[in-house]
Design a protein around this ligand. Structure first.
Ligand SMILES: [Mg+2]
Length: 245
């Protein structure tokens, strides 16, 4: 059963939900692979140019990922510092290369089945994701999930680029759906950004225990209403929810 993160947690499902929204990275797929393949793909060239060899470049990249998490804004700076090769032009080059990185990707097991069940039950499905829009669009396409979501909101494409936890991208999703926030549930992994903005509008929120952020606690107002044991648990929880028009 879902653990209620707040009193009356499960009761929040009894309000005529009509749409289920998702975060992308670590909620629907393991983004670690994406970064690991980047360091792998760049290792031959940068190992040679930096004089450290491809294996050392890969190992330092993997270590920085494990220590800092992929979302760390200075990830490439730290890697280059550790290799004794920090140079702002090299950082910019790595960032640019990363934005053009196009590896294959697969969703977590069961994701497409879950989306199918929710759609069959009458829920509309939407996505709200931060990050570089071209990269996020590539991930969505590579994962084969693009067709499930309408809308897919890329926060960096909205006026002012309001990243989560801003409520603005959730408000934008509701406007496109033509639904009040109270009729929507949003699922994410990161307590630092996935829930506060959605909750402040009145959305129901649920946290999945995947990704590097899931074990972290959050301030009470930033927590999700529900903490799921797995993403698949959502289908059972919503099976009895009344789907509104
Ligand atoms: Mg995430």
């Amino acid at each position: 059963m879902a653990r209620a993160a707040v009193p009356n947690g499960p009761g929040v499902l009894d309000r005529g939900l009509a749409a289920v929204g998702f975060d992308l990275d670590y909620t629907l797929w393991d983004q670690d692979a994406f970064f690991a393949t980047f360091f792998e793909a760049a290792s031959a060239e940068f190992g040679r140019r930096l004089g450290c060899g491809p294996r050392r470049f890969r190992e330092v990249g993997a270590g920085a990922l494990a220590r800092l998490t992929p979302a760390h804004p200075a990830l490439f700076d730290r890697v280059l510092h550790q290799l004794g090769a920090w140079d702002p032009r090299l950082v910019a080059e790595l960032v640019d290369r990363f934005h053009r990185h196009r590896p294959p990707a697969v969703p977590y097991p069961g994701v497409e089945g879950l989306l199918g069940r929710l759609r069959q039950a009458g829920f509309r499905l939407f996505l709200v994701t931060d990050g570089h829009p071209a990269v996020q669009r590539h991930k969505l396409a590579a994962l084969g999930l693009g067709a499930w979501f309408d809308p897919a909101v890329f926060t960096a494409e909205l006026p002012g680029r309001p990243a989560k936890p801003s409520p603005a991208p959730f408000r934008a999703a509701c406007a496109i759906l033509g639904l009040a926030p109270e009729r929507c549930l949003y699922v994410g992994d990161n307590p630092a950004c996935d829930f506060q903005g959605a909750r402040s509008l009145g959305m129901v929120t649920a946290q999945v225990p995947t990704g590097p952020f899931a074990g972290r606690d959050a301030a009470e107002d930033a927590r999700a209403h529900l903490r799921l044991d797995s993403l698949g648990q959502l289908a059972g929880l919503l099976a009895t929810a009344e789907v509104g028009p």
